[in-house]
Design a protein around this ligand. Structure first.
Ligand code: HEC
Length: 98
């Protein structure tokens, strides 16, 4: 591949990724509940809320606590520390495994 090909291909790939990302984000509407807006603000920038739905069958309060901490500590999700307890409470109430 020449340098020219690479330069032309990169913006195309980025454009497709953005289109796919926004289309998926529209598909998922989180359940209403206290703290939903915090999840929408803090948990949609790297992947869609489909990740929350997909894991609701497995994660109880301890599981969601570990999950949110992993997002922050391992993946460096920029979540304000004071929002973390409310995010976990929302996820447990609306998407906790029973
Ligand atoms: C900085 C980027 C980033 C942010 C912000 C982020 N995540 Fe993630 N998340 C990831 C990555 C990376 C993965 C794992 C890779 C994959 O499977 O695509 C992941 C995976 C997940 C999974 C699937 C299970 C797993 O552990 O792989 C869940 C559930 C999840 N995230 C929930 C959340 C929640 C809830 C928030 C908000 C508190 C959040 N994420 C914010 C990067 C992020």
């Amino acid at each position: 591949m020449t340098r020219n090909t690479i330069r032309r291909a990169a913006p195309l790939a980025l454009g497709l990724a953005l289109v796919a990302g926004s289309a998926m984000a529209e598909d998922v509407e989180l359940r209403p509940g206290a703290g939903r807006e915090l999840v929408e603000q803090n948990c949609n920038s790297c992947h869609t809320s489909a990740y929350v739905q997909m894991n609701s069958a497995f994660l109880n309060e301890a599981g969601w606590t570990a999950e949110v901490n992993k997002m922050v500590n391992v993946f460096h999700a920029p979540v304000p520390p004071e929002d973390i307890p409310r995010i976990i409470a929302y996820l447990t109430a609306q998407y906790g495994a029973r």
